[in-house]
Design a protein around this ligand. Structure first.
Ligand code: PXP
Length: 252
């Protein structure tokens, strides 16, 4: 997201997909994800993330257009590496694009992208996006093979998948969680050493954000599902403010 901002500050990108999930569950016009995004900006989000899935199960094309028109902060457009999504990205020219693997039957983005396997295709895929001035991010696991491949194909950013770390925490498997955290820390170091900007996200909550926010190479966290759920109890603004407070405390 915005490079002009303080270089050392950990940025918070708020993912508003699940506002659209609630809207679509009733086929209504509300709640509006664009309104939620504006509220998130007002509450201190450094950017907004939205995932346009192939099946349009939450965010729709009109939401992307609405976000591009309304946002003051950068949009991180998350999508699969398909020709359709490339055309949409080139039409809207968001600040950043985050490429994710997508399976129709999954409930959420379950794993990272296999950049090493798909290296040649992804190199060609991201070239026009880079030429259009869009920052390209790869959503990957902490496997060094995937990090090195992301650097080789010319991605600017890697976003490390924190979902497994969060699951292990919430299942009480703390030794495995700590091993996963150590692997994420090593991945962040390697990515940084290769000149990649390091982001992280997926499944983060108030309880799990601290150790990830504390990794010095990590520059941005993208958090959605927990914040939208927590908004039921606290309101979206206070939930974001509390996440920000925990990020800052961990960083300090
Ligand atoms: N980053 C990426 C690349 C994602 O796919 C997602 C989920 O859409 C997130 C971050 C946010 O994950 P969560 O909604 O679990 O916080």
């Amino acid at each position: 997201m915005a490079q002009a901002q303080d270089a050392g500050r950990l940025r918070l990108g708020v993912n508003i997909d699940h506002v659209a999930t609630v809207r679509n569950a009733r086929g209504s016009a509300y709640p509006d994800p664009v309104r939620a995004a504006l509220l998130a900006e007002a509450a201190g989000a450094d950017g907004i993330t939205a995932h346009l899935r192939e099946d349009r199960r939450h965010i729709r094309d009109a939401d992307i257009a609405g976000l591009m028109a309304a946002l003051a902060r950068p949009l991180n457009f998350e999508c699969a590496a398909t020709a359709e999504m490339q055309a949409i990205a080139l039409r809207h020219r968001p600040h950043a694009i985050c490429l994710v693997p997508e399976k129709r039957e999954e409930r959420t983005t379950e794993g990272g992208l296999d950049v090493a396997f798909d290296q040649n295709r992804l190199t060609d895929f991201i070239a026009p996006l880079r030429d259009a001035g869009i920052r390209v991010s790869m959503f990957i696991g902490h496997d060094p093979k995937q990090i090195e491949a992301s650097a080789r194909i010319g991605a600017a950013v890697v976003e490390l998948h924190t979902g497994h770390y969060c699951d292990l925490h919430h299942e009480g498997r703390f030794a495995e969680r700590d091993a996963e955290l150590a692997a994420l820390a090593e991945g962040a170091q390697l990515a940084h050493a290769l000149g990649l900007e390091v982001h992280a996200g997926h499944g983060l909550t108030f309880d799990t954000v601290g150790p990830i926010a504390a990794l010095p190479e990590v520059r941005e966290l993208n958090i959605g599902h927990f914040l939208i759920g927590e908004a039921i109890y606290l309101g979206l603004g206070p939930a974001i403010a509390e996440m920000r407070r925990r990020m800052d405390a961990a960083r300090a």
